[in-house]
Design a protein around this ligand. Structure first.
Ligand code: NAD
Ligand code: UDP
Ligand code: UDP
Length: 349
């Protein structure tokens, strides 16, 4: 209270990026499970900017409040700390169901919990979709193809998965989640979408979650040897997170109800990828006048059941969603290097 002007003073607590003002008919109430994770937080950003009402449901197992904290207090945003294995009641128009740890060390940390999250969590979110008549999208994975015998992987390939190996909690969890999804579609008429996501990277990926892109960048930035598992001849195709978000939103709002691969079709051996990351890190160090140290590459044991080849066949996404990746891998890696470098300089990692 300011005595002189006789007025109450107000403080602006937070500034938000301007969000689109949508007419009521277009503004959707959207639930994002796993919305505090790497992919989820980018999806939340995009949905908020588009002008929707977004609720994040997350138990913060691998995600963090800080990934979406910039929206806290915004009238279109809400966050619920909740575990998807427990029932959840809310009225929504669309559900993006992402909640599930995604990196091998994280999902193997408590394998039974991972299966429960995939099965019971997906069951609950489908039950919610059935009751509210919301459209339901699940983020499945290229891991449903296992260690594939067909290459590249098309959506009609049934996969080659070891149902009792260390990765099974995730692979089989996602396979049964897909089965449940189509069960609810056939039995109860739930409107479903299934994205099979291939390896994705970008800023906000947990730097210590053990996945290859974050491992390599952090190692190179710290001047440590990069750890290639096995001989490094196994392959992956990597997409930048913004391309994935485009794909997820197009899929949710399109008509395709069959599974759709969303990923890059540019295949690297892990050895080639290590060299590419090392080059980008050196390029950034030179550009910013930082000391450049050429790091080495060391080999470690190959994890059990590590898929030997993986490349997305994205014909269906191109034809049905008019989607294709727009970010070059090197361009994306550079963004991520800058993000981690800044976080390291700020003492955050
Ligand atoms: P992430 O680990 O960063 O995010 C997962 C989020 O889910 C986290 O915020 C975590 O706290 C939350 N979560 C986990 N278990 C939960 C539970 N029981 N209840 C509530 N919340 C829970 O992983 P990500 O890379 O962002 O992956 C998101 C989704 O995309 C996952 O479903 C994953 O399987 C899928 N996917 C990701 C990739 C990739 O390369 N990033 C590839 C294929 C599929
Ligand atoms: N469910 C939920 N939120 C809802 C509706 C259902 O979490 O708004 C859960 C419900 O508790 C159940 C699951 O979703 O465990 C499946 O619901 P469904 O109605 O299909 O099955 P039922 O309740 O008949 O077993
Ligand atoms: N990998 C590696 N070094 C690392 C981390 C992973 O060589 O420090 C390899 C891993 O064995 C796999 C590939 O990189 O062949 C991708 O691993 P990631 O865990 O990122 O994803 P996924 O195996 O689930 O595709």
């Amino acid at each position: 209270y300011d005595k002189e002007s006789n007025k109450i003073q107000y403080t602006t607590f937070a500034k938000f990026p301007p969000v689109r003002l949508l007419p009521n008919a277009e503004r959707k109430r959207i639930l994002v499970t796993g919305g505090a994770g790497f992919v989820g937080s980018h999806l939340v950003d995009r949905l908020m900017l588009l002008g929707h009402e977004v609720t994040v449901l997350d138990n913060f197992f691998t995600g963090s409040r800080t990934t979406v904290s910039h929206w806290v207090g915004h009238p279109n945003f809400e966050m619920a700390r909740h575990d998807v294995v427990e029932p959840f009641m809310i009225e929504v128009d669309q559900i993006y169901h992402l909640a599930c740890p995604a990196s091998p060390p994280h999902y193997q940390y408590n394998a039974v919990k991972t299966i429960k999250t995939s099965f019971m969590g997906t069951l609950n979110m489908l039950g919610l979709a059935k009751r509210t008549k919301a459209r339901f999208l699940i983020t499945s994975t290229s891991e449903v193809y296992g260690d594939p015998e067909e290459h590249p992987q098309r959506e009609d390939y049934w996969g080659h998965v070891n149902c009792i190996g260390p990765r099974a909690c995730y692979d089989e969890g996602k396979r049964v989640a897909e089965t449940l999804t189509y069960g609810y579609m056939r039995q109860d008429g739930v409107d479903v979408r299934v994205a099979r996501i291939f390896n994705t990277f970008g800023p906000r990926m947990n730097p210590y979650d053990g996945r290859v892109v974050s491992n390599f960048i952090i190692q190179a930035l710290k001047g440590e040897d990069m750890t290639v598992y096995g001989d490094g001849q196994q392959t992956r195709s990597f997409q930048y997170v913004h391309d994935l978000i485009d794909g997820l939103i197009l899929l949710m709002n399109g008509e395709e109800t069959r599974p759709v691969n969303i990923g890059s079709s540019h295949e690297f051996t892990i050895m080639e990828f290590a060299e590419a990351v090392r080059d980008v890190v050196e390029e950034v160090q030179k550009e910013y006048g930082l000391p450049v140290k050429r790091v080495g590459i060391v080999h470690k044991d190959m994890p059990t059941d590590d898929p030997q080849r993986r490349r997305a066949d994205t014909t269906r996404a191109k034809e049905q969603l008019e989607w294709q990746p727009r970010w070059a891998v090197r361009q994306g890696v550079k963004e991520m290097v800058l993000y981690y470098k800044q976080a390291m300089d700020l003492g955050k990692i």
